[in-house]
Ligand binder design. Structure first.
Ligand SMILES: [Zn+2]
Length: 327
């Protein structure tokens, strides 16, 4: 596989252009929508129209590609995402894997490695689901996943999270699509992910450790970089775990130390979600916008000694290198 699957086809890595490497079109809770239609005011048709307008604005701002990191568990639903993206000119890469901080859903819990009802030590049950999205297509469409994702948050490596990381590693080794993660940076979860992925034989240069902007612990970040992984400064504009000034200062320092070649930028911002009302998001987290990287972060970096070439490295050349690398 040398081409990268996007919604509506596939592209060469050189066609990626400027990329936001971790965003979301929709983040939804299908269970709750099914039980209580309209939960949190979510209206699918309105959400698609709203997302379409936001994706058009992202494209107009000079971004060519986004990675929509909405995996199963976060309400991935490929039909509405494809409709929102259609006609925007924005290239959207979608993902497989599973989103959870602690436990897999019961059917996955009871089948697979070390399980009473279906004990497959290789956990092919789980791996095959991810490979199906990568090789055959998602939800019966011909849209294929270009990334495989796992999460390790504050609760750490629970038994199911360990299974998930190992299954993601095996799906990567079978298909060669890169691995991108969610971490809780303050508790250094990226190191746990690297350890388990390494045990599975993964080349850690094929791994992007997400949400690494949510700490100013340079020793932790240097340790991740030393193994060759990419760091996602991919929650820019989000100041829940770390003040924005500190995030920027940390990024400036990493660039000064010569690490711009291993860092990518993004905001982790959804277009529409049923997690919280948009008015409250805008009121509580006013900087968390789809244009924060270009309108706030990059000017701040340039004013503090980061070069335009380093910005281009992070937004343009690193995504291309990350997606074109093959084992
Ligand atoms: Zn995310």
């Amino acid at each position: 596989m040398s081409k990268i699957p996007i919604i509506g086809g596939e592209i060469e890595p050189s066609q990626l252009g400027r990329a936001l490497m971790h965003e979301h079109v929709f983040v939804r809770t299908p269970d709750l929508q099914e039980a209580w239609p309209g939960f949190m005011g979510f209206d699918e048709e309105a959400a698609i129209a709203d997302a379409h307008a936001k994706l058009l604005a992202i494209k107009a701002s000079g971004i060519d590609t986004i990675v929509d990191m909405t995996a199963p568990g976060l309400g991935r639903s490929i039909g509405p995402v494809a409709r929102a993206a259609e006609g925007t000119g924005l290239q959207v890469i979608v993902v497989t894997g599973y989103y959870t901080y602690t436990d897999l859903p019961f059917p996955m819990k009871y089948n697979g490695a070390g399980k009473m009802f279906n004990n497959d030590p290789d956990d092919r049950f789980l791996v095959d689901l991810f490979v199906r999205d990568i090789e055959e297509g998602i939800e019966g469409t011909d849209i294929k996943a270009g990334v495989v994702k796992c999460c390790t948050d504050e609760p750490g490596v629970t038994p199911d999270i360990e299974r998930l990381i190992r299954a993601v590693a095996r799906a990567h080794l079978r298909t060669d699509v890169p691995i991108m993660t969610h971490t809780h940076a303050k508790s250094k979860r990226g190191l746990d992910q690297q350890r388990i992925l390494r045990e599975e034989g993964v080349d850690l240069t094929r791994v992007l450790i997400g949400h690494s902007n949510e700490t100013s612990d340079l020793d932790y970040l240097e340790a991740l970089l030393a193994e060759g992984s990419y760091l996602g400064f991919d929650r820019c504009g989000l100041k829940v775990d770390e003040p924005l000034e500190d995030q920027q200062a940390t990024l400036v320092e990493l660039c000064k130390r010569g690490h711009a070649g291993q860092i990518v930028l993004s905001q982790d911002r959804h277009c529409t979600t049923d997690w919280f009302p948009e008015e409250l998001v805008l009121a509580v987290l006013p900087e968390w916008r789809h244009d924060f990287v270009q309108t706030d972060l990059v000017p701040g970096l340039l004013a503090n000694g980061v070069t335009q070439d380093q910005v281009d490295e992070m937004m343009l050349r690193n995504p291309e290198r990350f997606f074109s690398a093959r084992a």
